[in-house]
Design a protein around this ligand. Structure first.
Ligand SMILES: C[S@@+](CC[C@H](N)C(=O)[O-])C[C@H]1O[C@@H](n2cnc3c(N)ncnc32)[C@H](O)[C@@H]1O
Length: 369
């Protein structure tokens, strides 16, 4: 990638031409997962540049001059940057204009220590992070800046959150020619590479043949749930984040999905409920025996699946496992392949120029159901 901070900035860790990066990652995954699977690997590449629709930078002050910073490749150091080729064009164009405007305004500049960006179809959200109390003068300056740059601004300080106007974060995903709309939240998980995310959803849809009901754990705002729901009779989807669930409900309306029941619940608490160990008020309107789950989809955080989740999901014929951490995926497959076999394996390159690898695995029960 053509970047003037290459090797100095710690954000990228792979420096070979992109086609070599893909071969390296594919070989690594094939080798690591050969005890579980020796079939064809589906490999989904990314654009090596401008793929990130969300990004975070530190801010450095030198008098009235501001710089964006990233962690340097040398541990404990920072690197000053004025651009990042990985961020999408929408963020890339905004970065210098934002910095210039912040520099020119003492109220907005003072005690600013970080900037976050989320770019989507409805616009760009800029989150400004401060070490100071945000007063009326600040709020007025923030609104003027939002207007000038035509962005939404959210300013955060300890115990304070100010918005420049209505927060309207709606993105559109094109999955196999079908457009889905998603309302997003500024403080919950969002897949960072939109183009690869579209390919992941399409791959997960392809994994479903003859779906009865779907159980999904770690569903976020319904990124997989909504497109997949049209292949099932009923869907039960669970997630721990309150704001993600609020958006998931909006997203059902935005996409006309009427067969999904979303539940805000910790995955392990849900296991206790399923096992009848504990009763939960939130489950009082849901009769689990009404479902006939043919498929389970899990997309856990880096820690992977707990023992109780593994023992529960192996009761179902088809498991679609989306993983952002090959290490925990391997540990979990060690257990899951005692009852299931891997029948499809995919590599999604969500983070080009880094060692990060996202995988998709379809498992099918060895015993007949
Ligand atoms: C990798 S993200 C995937 C989200 C969603 N599938 C998507 O594609 O946007 C993992 C999700 O798990 C949720 N999560 C983390 N710990 C959890 C837990 N213990 N129980 C339930 N959900 C959890 C997070 O809030 C996050 O939304």
């Amino acid at each position: 990638m053509d970047c003037k901070y290459l090797k100095e900035c710690g954000s990228c860790t792979l420096f070979t031409p992109y086609s070599e990066q893909i071969s390296f990652k594919t070989d690594l995954i094939k080798q690591n997962f050969s005890p579980f699977y020796d079939g064809k690997f589906d490999v989904f590449s990314s654009s090596p540049k401008h793929y990130r629709t969300r990004a975070e930078f530190g801010i450095w002050h030198e008098g009235s001059k501001l710089s964006y910073t990233m962690h340097a490749s040398e541990k404990g150091k920072k690197v000053f940057i004025d651009e990042c080729p990985k961020v999408c064009e929408q963020i890339s164009h905004l970065m210098p204009r934002l910095l210039e405007s912040l520099q020119d305004d003492e109220v907005l500049r003072t005690k600013l220590f970080g900037v976050e960006f989320i770019a989507c179809k409805s616009g760009t959200l800029v989150t400004l992070l401060y070490h100071k109390k945000l007063d009326g003068e600040f709020e007025a300056a923030m609104k003027i800046l939002a207007n000038k740059l035509d962005v939404m601004i959210l300013a955060r300080s300890r115990g304070q959150k100010l918005l420049s106007g209505e927060l309207n974060l709606v993105d559109e995903l094109n999955v196999d020619g079908q457009i889905y709309k998603f309302s997003l939240s500024e403080n919950a998980f969002i897949q960072p590479n939109k183009a690869v995310n579209e390919k992941m959803i399409a791959w997960a849809k392809e994994c479903v043949q003859g779906g009865a009901d779907l159980l999904e754990l770690y569903c976020g705002h319904g990124n997989f749930t909504i497109p997949l729901s049209f292949k099932f009779k009923n869907v039960l989807a669970t997630e721990i984040s309150k704001s993600s669930i609020a958006n998931a409900l909006k997203n059902c309306e935005l996409n006309g999905a009427e067969n999904i029941k979303f539940l805000r619940m910790d995955a392990d608490e849900l296991m206790s409920a399923f096992a009848g160990v504990r009763e939960f008020n939130r489950l009082k309107d849901i009769n689990l025996s009404d479902f006939n789950f043919s498929h389970v989809l899990v997309d856990p955080p880096r820690a992977g699946l707990s023992e109780s989740v593994i023992n529960f999901i192996r009761n179902f014929k088809n498991i679609i496992y989306i993983s952002c951490n090959p290490e925990t995926l391997k540990e979990n497959l060690n257990e899951l392949t005692k009852s299931h076999k891997v029948i499809k394996f995919a590599l999604f390159d969500q983070f080009a120029n880094t060692h990060h690898i996202e995988c998709g695995v379809l498992l099918e029960a060895k015993d007949k159901f």
